[in-house]
Design a protein around this ligand. Structure first.
Ligand SMILES: [Zn+2]
Length: 224
């Protein structure tokens, strides 16, 4: 569904909307993102996680967004505005421009059918980010087993420094909060509205995605 938005503003910048989607609860999408374009992921209702993955366009899935490389070079597990996300080949893929929330997870894999069997004891079918991502990436020539650890936008994972134990809390995102990233290369990007009960405070909500191109004009200057 189109959001019918034609202009977008963020502090210090104004831009044109190239395309936008509202991802229904427990579903996902994939789309091309050209070098220089910005992808904005917005949580319209608050407390909703969006799993995010990117592959270099034309690489047949062989160059992918790497949690390990990105955490290594940033020297923190909590990536935020100013950090760069790297590929498995150590090339810059995305730059984080704007982060309204400041807490995302890059340690855990996308929720999968096995997640719900092993952690939740679910015996029946359960929608998952893994399935929603591989189905969305399939038309772009990317196979399910090529999907690695995702950037889990708005996912609130706390780490006990002494024991390493993880605690998954409700996302800190409030209605309308967003994360903006600029592509450093041509990409195929996948985004979901996460399907895991615990990660989303036990209520499944939509996610909004917008592709933008910013002009370099600051907002204080008159429009052209
Ligand atoms: Zn999920």
């Amino acid at each position: 569904m189109s959001l019918n938005e034609t202009r977008a503003e963020t502090p210090g910048r104004t831009g044109n909307v190239i395309s936008s989607w509202r991802i229904a609860p427990q579903t996902g999408i994939a789309f091309p993102l050209r070098r220089g374009q910005i992808v904005r992921v917005t949580d319209p209702e608050g407390e909703q996680v969006a799993d995010f993955m990117a592959f270099r366009d034309g690489s047949d899935g062989k160059e992918w967004l790497s949690s390990g490389r990105s955490i290594d070079y940033a020297n923190t597990i909590y990536l935020t505005a100013g950090h760069t996300l790297y590929s498995n080949d150590s090339n810059p893929m995305l730059k984080l421009l704007r982060d309204d929330v400041g807490r995302h997870d890059f340690l855990l894999t996308p929720c999968s059918p096995e997640t719900f069997q092993i952690i939740y004891g679910e015996q029946n079918y359960h929608p998952s980010c893994y399935e929603n991502l591989w189905r969305s990436f399939a038309p772009h020539g990317i196979a399910p087993h090529q999907i690695p650890t995702t950037l889990n936008i708005f996912m609130n994972v706390a780490v006990d420094a002494a024991t390493g134990m993880l605690t998954i809390g409700p996302p800190l995102s409030k209605p309308g909060d967003c994360l903006e990233m600029q592509a450093e290369m041509d990409l195929i990007v996948g985004v979901t509205a996460c399907s895991a009960e615990m990660s989303n405070n036990y209520r499944f909500k939509p996610i909004e995605v917008t592709v933008l191109e910013y002009s370099s004009l600051p907002l204080s200057l008159p429009e052209e």
